[in-house]
Design a protein around this ligand. Structure first.
Ligand code: GTP
Ligand code: MG
Length: 284
């Protein structure tokens, strides 16, 4: 992973340092993979600093699964708000919940005779999860660069947010849990890892197997998939045939087909699909 190791220690130090400056952390995860797009180290770094979880890209996730995640986090004492930072959905809720979560702290400061000041927030999350998009929405203007390429944000700035709040726009970048193979595949499938991180064919075979099991109707309607198709290899062959993705000699262009499946999944063209589900009762 070319851009991780060098940045990781620096990113960790920056998050650690900036957490000291704020009253509340907005932890952005991808609603399709709330577990795989989180970073367990944040819990240690933040100590008991309040933290609101944002289930971003909820427009791409299965709404029922998002509700289950919200309940699961709630049961563990964590507030989670679904959001679509592109459309601005959920942003009002995030502002309301933020004010509620910091209220006790601000009360305490006033009680100690401190002058009233703006509530300070910062956004953290793994690359490409939508941190800059959320920032732009919260700030109400386009203040930070966004892009489909992971790792685009550099530099640091404070921006005003409605309701006496200030938001630190620093790349509060958390590193993804890439060492775990299953997590790595989900990160790659959702586009959180650069395409060179894991071979696309491997990712698309994994995604194909997942979809055949969890979302067969969506595959059928998108690709006119016959019931008989059971394995991801067959799925890719079928897609290639339907979309004419052949190399000279009539051989399937597996690379192009793999990219197509990933792209269509990432754009939500297969429907709203969640890859991580909360653990069942009794599991950890
Ligand atoms: N569908 C959908 N796409 C989103 C949402 N939020 C962000 N995106 C898209 O996801 C991509 C990454 O968004 P950014 O806001 O640049 O993400 P970031 O976390 O700032 O990324 P880095 O700066 O690279 O770490 C962009 O293509 C956005 O348009 C969302 O809620 N829904
Ligand atoms: Mg950014």
């Amino acid at each position: 992973m070319p851009w991780y190791p060098g940045h990781m220690a620096k990113a960790r130090a920056l998050v650690r340092e900036n957490v000291q400056l704020v009253d509340l952390i907005l932890e952005v995860v991808d609603a399709r993979i709330p577990f795989s797009s989180s970073n367990p180290e944040l819990e240690k770094i933040r100590g008991n600093k309040p933290c609101l979880l944002v289930l971003n890209k909820a427009d791409l996730a299965d709404p029922a699964a998002t509700t289950r995640w919200q309940e699961w986090f709630q049961s563990r004492g964590r507030e989670a708000i679904p959001a679509d930072s592109l459309a601005g959905q959920g942003v009002g809720e995030i502002i309301k919940a933020s004010r509620r979560l910091v209220h006790p702290i601000m009360e305490k400061l006033t009680a100690r005779g401190r002058r009233k000041r703006a509530v300070r927030l910062m956004i953290v999350g793994i690359p490409n999860v939508g941190k800059s998009s959320l920032l732009n929405r919260l700030a109400g203007r386009r203040r930070a660069a966004t892009g489909a390429k992971p790792g685009i944000t550099r530099g640091k700035q404070w921006v005003k947010v409605e309701g006496e709040m200030e938001l630190l726009d620093l790349p509060g970048i958390l590193w993804p849990q890439v060492e775990d193979e299953a997590i790595g595949l989900k990160l790659a499938a959702t586009g959180a890892l650069p395409p060179e991180a894991i071979p696309v064919e491997e990712v698309s075979l994994w995604l194909g197997a997942f979809l055949l099991n969890a979302a067969p109707e969506q595959l059928r309607s998108r690709y006119d998939l016959p019931e008989s198709v059971r394995y991801p290899e067959e799925l890719l062959e079928h897609i290639a045939a339907r979309r004419g993705m052949l190399l000279p000699g009539g051989v399937t262009d597996r690379d192009r087909t793999a990219r197509l499946l990933l792209k269509e999944f990432q754009k939500g063209q297969l429907g709203r699909i969640t890859l991580d589900l909360p653990p069942e009762e009794g599991e950890r």
